[in-house]
Ligand binder design. Structure first.
Ligand code: DGJ
Length: 685
C-alpha cells in the first residue's frame, strides 16, 4: 500500500511505496531538502535524519536540495534557472503549504519576492515502487507584468546516498545500433546525458541508473531514474567528493534554450520518475516493466499482433501487386496485421519527394488504398500504414504551399537531412492540418494501425515571427502528443507503433500514447541481442517490435539461421519483414510453425516477468515459463521459480524439479552448428 504522510508541522513528508520510502523536509529557511530514498522507514525515523543544518559555506557540499536552484551558497548543478525582468536570477524559497490527495503530494512554494510559484509534485501508486515527480511553474503576476525568463526547469533532482553512488548505467547508441548498455564508474564530476536533436535520440536514452558498483542482475541496490519525454532532454549526474549525495537532475530541453513564462501562465514539466530497488538490475527492470504496464501504456493487457511489414523488401518500390503478394504469404504464415510502410503516398518514389502529400500515389494505387485494405482484411489480417506526419520534403505540394511551416531561421540555410525538413508541430495550424489528414486517412480506410515515424533531427529550430521562438522545442513534442492523443480518442480501435528512424524516440513519453516501439532499423538477429538487452533495461517486452527478416541480412550481410532469427524476435512482439516471395517452401513451413509456437507463448513473453539470463531470456507468468536461449551454455540456471515445485517441458514431457532448475540449471540440448538457439516451454505441475 503506497501513501503519503506528514508530521504535525506539515514540514516533513514521507512517501511510502510497497518496498521503499522517500522522505523530504522543508528547512527553517523554507528550502525543500532531501532526507531519504531507499529501504522502508517510518515518518518518525525519517524526521530523525539530519536535514541541512542551515549553515552555509563556500567549501562544503551544497547538494541535497529537492530542486536545486540558483541563490545563496549553492554551487551544484541547478535544476531550475530563472531570470526576472530586472536581471535578478534564481529563487529564494517561501513555503506556502502542501496538499495530499491519495498518493499525490504537492508542495506549494514560491519565490520570496518575484511572481513565481513553484509546485513540486510527487505521486506514488499502490502497486509500484516508482515515484513520479514533476515541477509546475506559475507566473502569479497580473496581466501586463513582465514575464519570467525560464533558462532551465528540470522535473526533479534525485539524491542518491554518497556511498552508493559509484557507478552509472545508461545506454549509448547510434542509428542501427541503439540502446547499447554501458556501466561506467561514476566520476567525481558532472556527467551529462543529453539529446539536442528534438527527439529523445538513438544516442542516449533518457534514463540513468546509479549503484555502488556491486549490483548485478539478481542482487544489489539500484537507484534508477527515467524521464518520460520524447524531445530534447538533459540528465546530469553530479558525484560529490565533499560528502554530499550524488544528485541526478533531469528534465526536458538541452542547455542554452530559454523561454518566457507569461503572467497567469502555468507550465508543467513531464514526469521524471525514480525507483529504488534492492533486487539488482533485473529487479529494477521488472519493476519498470510492471510500472509501464500499470501506469503508462494505453492498452497494456492487449496481446500485440504478429505484424508483417514489407519495408526491407519493397523499400520505396511499393506497388499494389507487390503488397498483395506479400500479404497473401504473410497471412499464410499466421501474421495478424499487415503494415504498408513508406512509399504509398504522394510522389514518394524515393526519399527525395512526397513527404507531406498524404494521398495514395495514383500510379501505384489507381483505385486508392481501398482494394489493398479490403484484400488484407479478406486474408484475415488487420491493416496498417506508415506515416511520418512531422516531416515534409521540399519537393512536395505541402512545402510549396507552406514553406513557412517548417522549423527555420531567417538568414540561415534550411539544412536538409534525408532530403526533408521538420514541420513545426508547436504551430496550432500545423498540428490541426496533421490531425485532419490523419483522421481522414484512418477513418477513410478503417486503418487499424499506424507506424508513426520521425526520421530527422531538428536544425535551424526557429519560428520566425513568434515572440518566444525557443518554446518550439517543448511545443513540438507536446504538439505531437496532442495530435496522437486526439487521434486515439477519435479512433479508440487504432493502435500505434512509435518509430524514429528505428529507435530514435523510444521513451515513456511516446509509450504513454503508443502500443509498441520500432527499436531499431537493424534487424540482424545477432546485433539485435545487444539492442534488445539495452531496451529491456526499462521498457517491457510487449512494446518491443522485433521482425524476422532475410538472411543474409540486407544491411549487415550476416547469415543467420531462420530459427535463431525467430527466437530473437520472439523475445518481444514478433513481426516478419522478410521477402516471403523468395523464401523456400521449407523456410515458409518452418516459419509457419514458429509463428504458431509464438502464439502459444505470447501471453507469457508479452505479459510475464522477464529475467535476463546469460545468453538467454526467461519469462514467467503464473504457472508458465518460457526460456529463449541463443548461447552455448549447456545448462541454464533459471530464475524466480518455486524450488519446491516441478516443471514439465511442454514439448518433451520431461519433468524438472524447481530446485534443480534454479541451482543446477535447465539442460538446453542446444543443436550443434553456428548460432544455435532454442525455445523451451515449461509449465508448473
Ligand atoms: C525508418 C524506419 O525505422 C524504417 O523502419 C522505415 O519505416 C523507414 N523509416 C521508411 O522510410
Amino acid at each position: 500500500m503506497s501513501q503519503v504522510s506528514t508530521d504535525a508541522a506539515g514540514r516533513t513528508f514521507l512517501l511510502t511505496t510497497p518496498a521503499t520510502s522517500y522522505a523530504l523536509h522543508i528547512d527553517a529557511d523554507d528550502t525543500p531538502r532531501h532526507l531519504h530514498w531507499g529501504p522502508r522507514l517510518t515518518l518518525r525515523q525519517a524526521a530523525g535524519l539530519t536535514a541541512h543544518d542551515g549553515r552555509t559555506s563556500s567549501f562544503a557540499s551544497t547538494a541535497g536540495d529537492e530542486l536545486a536552484v540558483e541563490g545563496g551558497a549553492r554551487f551544484g548543478v541547478p535544476s531550475l534557472l530563472v531570470r526576472y525582468a530586472d536581471g535578478t536570477r534564481g529563487v529564494e524559497w517561501a513555503y506556502e503549504g502542501h496538499r495530499i490527495d491519495g498518493g499525490r503530494l504537492d508542495l506549494r512554494l514560491r519565490d520570496r519576492h518575484y511572481p513565481l510559484e513553484i509546485t513540486l509534485g510527487y505521486a506514488v501508486h499502490d502497486d509500484a515502487d516508482v515515484i513520479e515527480r514533476t515541477v509546475t511553474l506559475r507566473h502569479s503576476g497580473a496581466a501586463g507584468d513582465a514575464p519570467v525568463e525560464v533558462l532551465r526547469c528540470d522535473a526533479a533532482c534525485w539524491s542518491v546516498p554518497a556511498p552508493a553512488a559509484r557507478r552509472l548505467s545508461h545506454t549509448v547508441g547510434e542509428w542501427s545500433g541503439e540502446t547499447q548498455l554501458r556501466r561506467t564508474p561514476a566520476p567525481y564530476a558532472e556527467t551529462v546525458f543529453t539529446s539536442r536533436r528534438g527527439v529523445s535520440s538513438h544516442h542516449a536514452n533518457p534514463w540513468l541508473m546509479v549503484d555502488a558498483g556491486d549490483a548485478d542482475e539478481t542482487h544489489g541496490e539500484v537507484w534508477s531514474t527515467v524521464l518520460a519525454w520524447s524531445g530534447s532532454w538533459r540528465i546530469t549526474a553530479a558525484r560529490d567528493h565533499a560528502g554530499g549525495p550524488c544528485t541526478v537532475t533531469g528534465g526536458p530541453g538541452h542547455e542554452g534554450l530559454s523561454w518566457r513564462l507569461q503572467p497567469g501562465e502555468t507550465w508543467r514539466t513531464p514526469v521524471f520518475a525514480g525507483l529504488f530497488s534492492a533486487a539488482g538490475f533485473g529487479g529494477t527492470s521488472r519493476a519498470w516493466h510492471a510500472y509501464t504496464a500499470a501506469h503508462v501504456l494505453p492498452h497494456p493487457g492487449e496481446e500485440r499482433p504478429v505484424v508483417y511489414n514489407g519495408w526491407e523488401v519493397a523499400g520505396w518500390n511499393v506497388t499494389e501487386a507487390g503488397q498483395r503478394a506479400l500479404a497473401a504469404r504473410a497471412a499464410d504464415l499466421g501474421a495478424e496485421l499487415f503494415v504498408m510502410d513508406d512509399g504509398w503516398f504522394g510522389r514518394r518514389t524515393s526519399d527525395a519527394a512526397g513527404l507531406g502529400d498524404w494521398h495514395p500515389n495514383p500510379e501505384r494505387f489507381p483505385a486508392g488504398l481501398g482494394p489493398l485494405a479490403d484484400e488484407v482484411r479478406r486474408l484475415g489480417m488487420r491493416f496498417g500504414l506508415w506515416v511520418e506526419p512531422e516531416m515534409t520534403n521540399p519537393d512536395s505540394d505541402l512545402y510549396r504551399a507552406h514553406p513557412d511551416w517548417v522549423l527555420h531561421m531567417p538568414h540561415r540555410r534550411r539544412t536538409e537531412l534525408r532530403n526533408q525538413l521538420v514541420l513545426n508541430f508547436a504551430r496550432p495550424d500545423v498540428a490541426e492540418w496533421a490531425y485532419e489528414w490523419l483522421d481522414r486517412l484512418v477513418a477513410g480506410h478503417r486503418v487499424d494501425f499506424l507506424k508513426w515515424d520521425m526520421n530527422r533531427a531538428f536544425t535551424e529550430a526557429g519560428w520566425p515571427g513568434h515572440p518566444d521562438a525557443e518554446r518550439l522545442w517543448d511545443g513540438h513534442t507536446r504538439g505531437v502528443y496532442a495530435v496522437v492523443d486526439r487521434l486515439r480518442r477519435a479512433h479508440p480501435g487504432l493502435r500505434i507503433e512509435g518509430c524514429a528512424g528505428g529507435g530514435g524516440r523510444a521513451d515513456l513519453g511516446m509509450l504513454a500514447r503508443t502500443d509498441q516501439t520500432w527499436i531499431s532499423d537493424n534487424t540482424d538477429a545477432v546485433d539485435r541481442l545487444a539492442i534488445q538487452h539495452g531496451y529491456s533495461q526499462v521498457y517491457p517486452a510487449r512494446t518491443m517490435s522485433a521482425w524476422v527478416t532475410d538472411s543474409p541480412n540486407p544491411q549487415t550481410g550476416r547469415t543467420v539461421p531462420l530459427r535463431f532469427r525467430f527466437h530473437v524476435a520472439m523475445a518481444g512482439a514478433l513481426g516478419i519483414g522478410g521477402d516471403l516471395t523468395r523464401w523456400s517452401a521449407a523456410e515458409l513451413a518452418e516459419a509457419r510453425e514458429l509463428v504458431a509456437l509464438y502464439k502459444t507463448v505470447r501471453p507469457v513473453v508479452q505479459f510475464g516477468a522477464q529475467h535476463r539470463l546469460p545468453d538467454a531470456v526467461q519469462y514467467t507468468a503464473g504457472d508458465r515459463v518460457v526460456v529463449i536461449a541463443w548461447g552455448a551454455e549447456r545448462e541454464l540456471r533459471l530464475a524466480g521459480l518455486d524450488p519446491a515445485a516441478r516443471y514439465a517441458d511442454e514439448d518433451t514431457g520431461s519433468v524438472h524439479d524447481g530446485a534443480r532448475l534454479t541451482s543446477h540449471g535447465l539442460p538446453l540440448g542446444l543443436p550443434k552448428g553456428d548460432l544455435p538457439s532454442t525455445l523451451v516451454r515449461l509449465v508448473r505441475r
